[in-house]
Design a protein around this ligand. Sequence first.
Ligand SMILES: [Ca+2]
Ligand SMILES: [Ca+2]
Length: 236
Amino acid sequence: MQYLIFVVFLTTVLGNAQASDLSVQLSNQNRVEETNSHAGQNPDQSDVCQSMETREIWCPLECNGIAEGEPALMDEYEDEYNSGCGYHGSGDGFQYLEGDQVGELVFCGKSGWYQTMGAESRDTDWFILEIGPTGQVVWTLEAERETYGILLGPQECDIVSVLDQMIAYTCNGYETMTISGEPGDVIWIWVAPTEYSAPFGFDGFEYNYISSFSGLGSATVATDNISFGAIKSLYR
Ligand SMILES: [Ca+2]
Ligand SMILES: [Ca+2]
């Protein structure tokens, strides 16, 4: 049974296969009750929403923070950047994020869709964070298209699943997840579009999302210059 759930999860939630109702049920069943979520309207965004004279309405984001650094999405792109458990290269496929001196980080991410040999694919972004001295990380997600923010566990690719999730779409406001643990604990999170292919009316390949954090472990080196080898110390 556990194997079945894992296969369904990987193929319907984390991978590039088509979504199913079961994946939604699985995610909801795994929701952590004590996690706080907030879906309030963001007044700064509500008045800049634009109608594209289609069914799609979008709300552009401006981000002032650390850039994700993923190569530009395009057809035949291979997601080998922060692709986590889907990474096929040598070493670690996760992107490590750390807070500033007060444990805060504004991360300017991009996600979207592209075609691989004629099949629709979505960009997935996997991150590793460290819980700071307060024992509580608050993660706020905004996105120009409907986007999952997921807390993952256990932290082994063979058995990883959804511990908690939020779905952010800037036109509806922002979403917040509070993650509690011991200072120094490592957490895995995952960001990707909820849709497996670009929505009707979407032009191009990419859209913007913003992950804002408080309560992170303090940075020792700049994130965009960090090497995976140097930051293995997070596990110590
Ligand atoms: Ca990305
Ligand atoms: Ca990626």
